[in-house]
Design a protein. Sequence first.
Length: 116
Amino acid sequence: MRKEDVKTEEDVIRFLSDRTQFERDVLLATFRIPRGKVSTYKRVAEKIGRPRAYRAAGNALHKNPLAPIVPCHRVVRSDGRFGGPTNAGETRKKLLQEEGVRVEEGRVKLTEDILY
């Protein structure tokens, strides 16, 4: 299966068949984040039933082979800052702003209406 052919949750699961179950769970939970919404690494970890594995969730997203189909740019730190390398943070910031997410002073303005 080619990356371009991935459209559904089933496609994501099939494409990620060579990944660990944890990585598949993290990437699938991230795939479900709607446009214009954000989540945190901690919330993603909680959604997959591993609330203390937020750093591991970040590592799984760092290796995301399906970006931007699996929108890892929609996952931020609990303080609204962008994780990962600085240059990647600028790209993620731009993508989120294009989706209508408010970013102030380098942080996503985390409010109940945009948290997923």
